[in-house]
Design a protein. Structure first.
Length: 248
């Protein structure tokens, strides 16, 4: 009986150790959205990724990062334990679906057109209803247009694909984060061929969304680490490294 109790106690301690260890590792899911998050030379990087690395280091948390199409990443982050998704807009419909870490950066969403398309005239957002618009499926920006009754939407998995479609005239307008639009246009050699025509959203921020099945203590610890990184200047230095060219 004594041996049996000792074995049971040993198993109990192992289980506690296993779950504690598992809780200190997060799956970090993201999409291809440079310069915030993207893959380079087989490594997930970008502003939001490097900031997350700093937060994890200060919190003593291990990250397993993966780039996926946004709809798949979003679905997994809602269902799986110890999972984080970024860069995400904190909207009312998402508020109760995640725990939140942030804010981490500002967000300006605009409509773009090819400069040569003189036939496209947008003086206010309602004017854009007359045109086909390229958006990222399941993104907050796309959902916002759908809520407002926009129905001529061309859905794609990421912003780079949409920029390529705009280049080839597959639709009239592109809905995109300003930093992503500048990055992708330069990558495709059309930086001087696109122009912004309408600001759609400029009052929201990006956050990390953490699954509800993640221990709240982990989320609190990471928010404390982010506050420290913000106060000691590391956040500003990282922002300058990535975003200076894209903030206008």
């Amino acid at each position: 009986m004594v041996i049996y109790k000792k074995v049971c106690y040993f198993i109990f301690i192992l289980n506690i150790s296993f779950y504690a260890q598992a809780a200190e590792q997060l799956n970090a899911l993201t999409e291809y959205l440079p310069p915030l998050n993207y893959e380079q030379n087989g490594k997930v990087t970008g502003f939001s990724t490097e900031l997350l690395d700093l937060i994890a280091l200060d919190s003593g948390i291990t990250l397993k990062k993966e780039i996926l199409p946004w709809p798949r990443a979003y679905s997994r982050a809602q269902k799986e334990a110890n999972t984080l998704i970024y860069s995400m807009v904190r909207t009312p419909e998402r508020e109760g679906q995640f725990q939140w870490l942030g804010p981490i950066s500002s967000r300006h969403i605009l409509l773009y057109k090819l400069a040569k398309r003189k036939d496209i005239v947008v003086n206010k957002l309602d004017d854009a209803r007359a045109y086909h618009i390229g958006v990222v499926r399941e993104s907050a920006a796309a959902r916002n247009l759908i809520r407002q009754g926009f129905d001529q939407l061309d859905l794609a998995s990421d912003d780079e694909n949409n920029m390529r479609k705009l280049k080839h005239g597959r639709f009239d307008l592109l809905l995109s984060l300003n930093w992503a639009a500048a990055y992708n246009a330069e990558k495709l050699g059309i930086k001087n061929e696109i122009v912004p025509v309408q600001l759609v959203a400029g009052q929201t921020d990006y956050w990390y969304g953490i699954s509800l099945r993640t221990p709240p203590a982990i989320v609190r610890k990471m928010n404390r680490a982010l506050n420290t990184i913000r106060k000691d200047g590391r956040l500003d230095r990282l922002r300058q490294k990535y975003l200076n060219d894209f903030q206008n």
